[in-house]
Design a protein around this ligand. Structure first.
Ligand code: TXA
Ligand code: MG
Length: 352
């Protein structure tokens, strides 16, 4: 398949951009696939109400088909058709947090094919704030199923070049809308249980959600090591974002962390193994690894979130065998950062 690449500036959707998005919408209506930017990560879109499109998405990503897709919409009215009932909580959350990086799980209506929901009776719904995404949804008929636009198991793409790396030749079109703003996938909240439950942490934090809804719980499997308990979001059980090298997270007092990692680096170097470190502005000059990548300042968690996936991808190109990362606070946005890091490390953590 020949993949067409187009560029659109989110802040200047002119007539030419609109025409391009209309063409992209037609591709989707005809059952094709289009990768596009959202504020969180790039998505791999297909018509959510067309079972064949969803099957194509799974095969383009190499993703198991029991792992449901998120349906992206551009307005509240569209949701009524795809759910049994719009819960009160959804209105409350939408008023404050949509469009934005939040996905809500509700009971699906029969128009949503099981191919899209991985066989579940529930559907995940998100209204992205990225203007290119919103216009594409309108042009495509209103419902785009879109997982992150990476090959299954790789970090989610934060720039179009990473979509090209993974999906060139596998999709009809890739829309380059520049680097995304957030860099981690949306927060997922399940509204079908008595107490709303966070199934995946993201930019929207537990505090932001409970300020609106009151009691909000969090799926216990999210931050703990694999305990054999099944997470409620089917996708959370898969090893994800796994870099080619062996990644270990080191937590403890900053000085001890640096000392421990340097000690390990020395051992690996003696064995002729190439080493890498995910550091922060505060520590980057202290490491003696072959490759040191800085995620940003500890004072700016948003910067760290934005850089994390790109850094994990860059390490794959560096042919690093053993990697270490500093740990981050697991509150607020740090909870999402640590969740993704833990998955990348297969939950390998050393406390010093
Ligand atoms: O930010 C995002 O959410 C991005 C952009 C493209 O919107 N999308 C994204 O999709 O991260 P994906 O497919 O990579 O992750 C969707 C997650 C998976 O873990 C999946 O199992 C879960 O959502 N999920 C989808 N539908 C669900 C449902 N009905 N019940 C529980 N979990 C669901
Ligand atoms: Mg994904």
């Amino acid at each position: 398949m020949n993949t067409e690449l187009i560029q659109i500036n989110e802040n200047n959707i002119d007539a030419a951009a609109l025409a391009a998005l209309q063409r992209a919408g037609t591709i989707l209506k005809n059952g094709g696939l289009v990768a596009f930017p959202t504020e969180t990560v790039y998505g791999l879109g297909g018509d959510a109400l067309n079972p064949k499109s969803s099957m194509k998405i799974y095969s383009a990503k190499g993703r198991p088909s029991d792992n449901p897709l998120i349906v992206h919409v551009a307005d509240m009215e569209s949701i009524e058709k795809i759910v049994k009932k719009l819960p009160e909580a959804a209105y409350k959350l939408a008023e404050v947090l949509w469009p934005g990086p939040l996905t809500m799980i509700m009971e699906k209506s029969q128009v949503v094919p099981y191919e899209t929901t991985g066989g579940l009776e529930t559907v995940a719904i998100r209204m992205p704030s990225n203007k290119i995404a919103a216009e594409l949804i309108r042009q495509s008929g209103g419902y785009i199923a879109a997982p992150s636009a990476n090959l299954s198991g790789r970090p989610s793409p934060t720039e179009a070049k990473y979509c090209i790396e993974d999906l060139d030749g596998r999709v009809d079109m890739i829309i380059d809308g520049g680097q995304v703003g957030i860099g981690l996938e949306s927060t997922i909240i399940d509204l079908t249980s008595d107490t709303p439950m966070i199934l995946r942490p993201g930019y929207v934090t537990q505090k932001m959600l409970s300020d609106i809804l009151g009691d909000v719980s969090i799926d216990k499997t999210i931050l703990s090591a694999d305990s054999g308990v099944k997470p409620k979001a089917p996708g959370m059980k898969y090893r994800h974002y796994a870099p080619k090298g062996d990644l270990t997270i080191v937590e403890g007092e900053p000085d001890k962390v640096t000392a421990y990692i340097n000690e390990k680096i020395l051992e690996h170097s003696k064995n002729g193994e190439r080493t890498g470190v995910i550091a922060t502005d505060e520590t980057r000059d202290k490491y003696r690894a072959d490759v040191v990548k800085c995620a940003g300042s500890r004072e700016d968690e948003e910067e760290i979130a934005r850089n994390l996936f790109s850094i994990l991808r860059q390490f794959d190109d560096e042919d690093v065998k053993c990697m270490y990362s500093e740990a981050f606070d697991d509150t607020g946005l740090g909870q999402a950062i640590m969740n993704r890091l833990l998955k990348a490390a297969g939950h390998k953590v050393v406390r010093v």
